[in-house]
Design a binder for this molecule. Sequence first.
Ligand code: BTN
Length: 250
Amino acid sequence: MDALFVGKNLIFLPAIESTNSYAIELLKNVKVEEGTVVQAEYQTMGRGQRGVSWLAEPASNLTLSTIFFPNFLKVEESFYLYIIAALACYDTTAQLLTESHVELRIKWPNDIYVNGLKNCGILIENKLNADYLFSTVIGIGINVNQEEFKGLNAGSLKMFSGKKFSLDQVRNLLCFFLEKYYLSLKSGQYENLKTLYTSRMLGLGEVLDFSLNGERKKMKVLGISDDGLLRLEDDTKILHKDLGEIKWLL
Ligand code: BTN
């Protein structure tokens, strides 16, 4: 399964601060082909969501960023990028772990959890052009062959399957699925993407613990709202919450 344009232009770097930061600089300085992938063997300052760092052992994990120009997407529709990125990571992991009988879920908005441990993280950084998107850098970290995650609720494909994976194989598969979902988005498959994403959500239909305004609360996960927020039921009220407002307590 080969992608047609995602990853055809591959910039492979032995060590760099962050592939997302490198891709953002590239966009400022040169004309970049859509689907360009920046991959690092090691990130010295890998970045995660909300300013945290993303730590990954050298040469054991996939750390890459992909550049797209989704000029067909309105700013308020930009959450579809986290939907396609999460679906691509989900399918990649599912395919690589087919024989391992694992439980695979998307934790809203875009973490992939395998057997309750974080296996992939996604950091999306957009540039806007008035009401539309100009470019997006989709940064993805997949834990592949690392064997220990001290103090972190994380795991790797090797830990889940007992097998070592080639990083090239994981990257090629990820590029294939990113392209597949990006093209469905471009062709307007908004509802199908949202339905598929929802069906794979962690905790869907379950009552789980969250922290809301600093308070512990049990709420039922209903899916996502029309603007990509987490849709929850609190007793009889329906709430739509953004990442800064709510925290999963897993
Ligand atoms: C998160 O779960 O907090 C998001 C983690 C995203 C990590 C990836 S690794 C490749 C790309 N470059 C970065 O600096 N971050 C993303």
